[in-house]
Design a binder for this molecule. Structure first.
Ligand SMILES: C[S@@+](CC[C@H](N)C(=O)[O-])C[C@H]1O[C@@H](n2cnc3c(N)ncnc32)[C@H](O)[C@@H]1O
Length: 400
């Protein structure tokens, strides 16, 4: 136990191991900022700064974020209290909960402490403990856990079927090899589907028009689709939680494109697909393999044929087939196209910087077109072990 911080100077506080804390949401405004004193096991004493309210942080129980911000400023060693270095589920909240402004010592020092710093600290501390010699190098590198968004994101798909949007989407498929490869695989399957289909995680419903017009199409998506992915489609059933808004055994076909990697519990998700399918009903999934980390941080997994087979069988599907989309050549074209696209379609730049980047892209345009052609031609083959992604099919096992 260290003691009451009320009358300590900033330096005394640091020497005695003082911490700041935020509320459980990590959104601590000044009104809930507490100054805490801790030993290495338990927060033992906290006081509210003048004019601040009391809350559960006072007991230390609701604390999601406790870190030695002050020591960080002084570049001193950091050792979070052991209560916050456990690898239990509460620890997962720990780096997420940061991203806050802290007022410290009645406003003498204001530190913006973001999530990046907090998670970096917790990881570098663990590393420092196990291998002190590596800690300096590691802290100099960017901790990817702290990433909150992408520097570049492709335009969203639209469900429009107008002539102009069809033209735009055909043009897109020329250079967006992921989409092109998915389109190819779905074109061989969706037009032959009958009955009721559910497109789960439908986003902008880009493949809807591959179904026949007499198919009953139901697009469903999570309520987070707008906030996390930017999608808000009028003809979509949005749902909360993990239970789909679909009756048991009421659909003939489940389509799920580029969604499974965004689902924290893929097995539960596939079991949900199974619940909705009639006996003998089929599922078609596409997942990326060679794709950048996207919709950060809501991109959790990359699957292989082995894991897709395992998951689908575990969820109650049989006759599993997994096709590779593309090969090394496709991947090389895709990645090089991506480099040029950043110049051609700059994002997050000033208008001047954007114009400069576009001008810089001009010499690469012929290469851009050639890569698009070669990439699309390479999709005609079998697909290889190093591919853009996978298309998986499974049939609901009867009688389970
Ligand atoms: C990359 S987008 C793909 C959208 C569309 N299927 C496509 O191929 O363009 C990922 C989609 O997955 C949805 N999603 C994420 N988590 C989900 C979940 N747990 N259940 C259903 N959909 C989810 C998102 O809302 C988003 O629409």
């Amino acid at each position: 136990m260290v003691g009451d911080a009320s009358n300590m100077s900033f330096d005394t506080l640091l020497d005695k191991g003082g911490y700041f804390t935020t509320d459980v949401d990590g959104n601590a405004p000044a009104a809930t900022t507490l100054l805490m004193m801790c030993d290495n096991q338990h927060p033992v004493r906290a006081r509210n700064l003048p004019g601040e309210s009391n809350d559960e942080n006072r007991t230390g129980k609701g604390i999601a974020t406790v870190f030695r911000a002050a020591r960080r400023i002084r570049n001193g060693p950091m050792t979070p209290p052991s209560a916050f270095t456990k690898t239990d589920s509460s620890q997962k909240i720990f780096p997420r909960a940061c991203g806050v402004y802290e007022s410290f010592l009645t406003g003498l020092v204001t530190v913006r402490y973001n999530r990046a710093m907090c998670a970096e600290q917790s990881i570098s501390t663990a590393e420092a403990k196990s291998s002190p010699g590596r800690a300096t190098n590691q802290t100099a590198r960017r901790n990817m856990v702290n990433r909150q968004g992408e520097s570049w994101r492709p335009p969203l798909f639209s469900s429009s079927t107008s002539l102009s949007s069809r033209f735009v989407s055909a043009l897109r498929r020329m250079f967006d090899l992921q989409t092109s490869s998915i389109w190819r695989d779905l074109s061989a399957e969706l037009p032959y589907t009958r009955g009721t289909v559910v497109d789960v995680g439908c986003g902008g419903q880009p493949y809807r028009r591959l179904f026949r017009s007499d198919v009953k199409y139901i697009g469903i998506d999570t309520v987070d689709a707008k906030a996390h992915f930017g999608y808000s489609e009028p003809e979509t059933r949005y749902f909360e939680g993990t239970t789909w808004p679909i009756e048991n055994e009421s659909v003939d076909f489940v389509l799920c494109t580029e969604t499974l990697e965004h689902v924290l519990d893929p097995l539960q998700f596939l079991k949900e697909a199974r619940r909705c399918l009639v006996p003998g009903g089929r599922i078609l999934l596409t997942v990326p393999f060679s794709a950048r980390w996207h919709y950060i941080p809501y991109d959790y997994w990359r699957f292989t044929p082995s894991s897709l087979d395992h998951l689908l069988e575990a969820a109650g599907f049989t006759d599993v087939i997994v096709y590779a989309r593309g090969n090394e050549v496709t991947v090389a074209c895709y990645k090089t196209i991506a480099l040029i696209l950043v110049l051609l379609m700059p994002q997050g730049r000033s208008p001047l910087a954007g114009a400069v980047l576009r001008i810089l892209s001009i010499p690469f345009l012929p290469l851009f077109v050639v890569l698009g052609v070669i990439g699309n031609l390479s999709l005609m083959g079998q697909g290889g072990d190093d591919c853009l992604g996978y298309t998986a099919l499974g049939t609901k096992v009867l009688g389970i």
